[in-house]
Design a protein. Structure first.
Ligand code: PMP
Ligand code: GLN
Length: 392
């Protein structure tokens, strides 16, 4: 949509149309297609956690404004989770902040930390709200492109180093990475940390897919690297890990001065949110390892079903090491424009996918890539694969 069609929208937001997720989910509904576009599971998370939310609601816990930083039980559970999984120790009172999903964490962090004109380096393709939030904060985004290399999308560390200027304020990273499924390696994160320390940059790391890591890959929180804890804002979310994306419970962990800055912005965005759900997520974070292992194994099986189906339907598949998305290349199908492909796909095959180009500044670099979500029931994935094959 052009700005002339939206005469009241300010210049900072003029380039951002309706999010691709809303557009494609609407298309899925209007055409009755299988929605492998927007990333949300088609089954809810653990019954006992759902019941915990019901209990909180019935018991009148969280029905009125919860405390600004989040309820103590949840802040304690977040700190315990970081300690148990990664050996990262955070004070629940001064180093943890509960947000309205990771989305608000991203917005509040960028609004709090950026001065107008500051440059933010983000890996392209990037999650769509990064660009909009950098713009709302008056910052300038500087994309560093992840490029296909031996079956996955990789970072060029020299390019990253060259992207840092006098104006660079922060690195906005995302591992496991949406939409490519790339998981940053120890070597890559070591170099990122070295660069951040050397150039005295803040690091904001979006780790909402921390529990969705497959094969030999390992999730390594950026804050665990040397010199990083004091400069890193880590963002997490219950949506992906517990399959309750509608609850919108996210969080930030960081040293007190950074949390305090983020809280300053957050208090004027939502102030607070998700009262009863905060109690339920506190219980969810304390689930035994068996929950997290089973969740990961289930998603891995789904990944393999969809990857096989997409391969059979003629796509080149980049097998993701993390997240619940598969990025494909449509050129083996004789196609090159992912936008046109995704707009036609519901009619042609009754399936909805996301054109990765929307996650790029260099749109041409993302043109032939299309993302499919596999957080769906196995039969749904099989049916989608069958339809895609038939439409070939
Ligand atoms: N970051 C990334 C990389 C995402 O894919 C998403 C979508 N879940 C978010 C942030 C937003 O998370 P939430 O739903 O918790 O706001
Ligand atoms: N994170 C989800 C995705 O990437 C969708 C989030 C949204 O709809 N904003 O598909």
């Amino acid at each position: 949509m052009t700005s002339s069609a939206r005469p009241f929208l300010n210049r900072r937001l003029a380039e951002f149309g309706t999010t691709i997720f809303a557009e494609m989910s609407a298309l899925a509904t209007s055409t009755g297609s299988i929605n492998l576009g927007q990333g949300f599971p088609d089954t809810d998370g653990p019954e006992e956690i759902r019941e915990a939310a019901v209990r909180a609601l019935r018991d009148g816990r969280g029905n009125q404004y919860p405390p600004g930083p989040g309820i103590p039980e949840l802040r304690t559970a977040i700190a315990a989770h970081q300690e148990r999984r990664y050996g990262l120790s955070y004070d629940p009172d001064t180093e943890v902040l509960v947000t309205a999903g990771a989305t608000e964490a991203i917005a509040a962090t960028l609004l709090a930390l950026l001065e107008p004109g500051d440059e933010v380096i983000a890996f392209e393709p990037y999650y769509d709200s990064y660009a909009a939030c950098i713009a709302m904060a008056g910052g300038t985004r500087v994309p560093v492109t992840l490029r296909p290399h031996e079956g996955s999308f990789r970072l060029d560390l020299d390019e990253l180093r060259d992207a840092v200027t006098e104006k660079t304020r922060l690195l906005l990273i995302n591992t496991p990475h949406n939409p490519t499924g790339t998981v940053l390696t120890r070597e890559e994160l070591t170099e990122i940390a070295r660069l951040a320390v050397e150039r005295d940059l803040l690091v904001v790391t979006d780790e909402v897919y921390e529990h969705l890591v497959f094969d030999a890959a390992e999730h390594l929180p950026a804050a665990t690297f040397p010199g990083m804890r004091e400069r890193t804002v880590t963002i997490g979310s219950a949506g992906k890990t517990f399959s309750f994306t509608g609850w919108k419970v996210g969080w930030v962990t960081a040293p007190p001065a950074l949390v305090s800055a983020v809280r300053s912005a957050k208090q004027f965005l939502t102030y607070v949110s998700s009262g009863p759900f905060q109690y339920a997520v506190a219980e969810a974070l304390a689930l035994p390892d068996a929950y997290f292992d089973a969740f990961r194994a289930d998603m891995l099986a789904k990944r393999d079903v969809l990857a096989a189906g997409l391969t059979e339907a003629g796509f080149e598949v980049f097998r993701p090491q993390g997240t619940y998305f598969i990025t494909t290349d449509i050129r083996p199908l004789g196609e090159s424009d992912g936008f046109a492909f995704c707009r036609a796909l519901p009619e042609r095959a009754g399936v909805v996918a996301i054109p990765n180009a929307v996650f790029y500044d260099h749109r041409e670099a993302g043109a032939p890539f299309v993302r499919f979500a596999f957080c769906k029931q196995t039969e749904v994935l099989q049916e989608a694969a069958k339809r895609l094959k038939a439409a070939r």
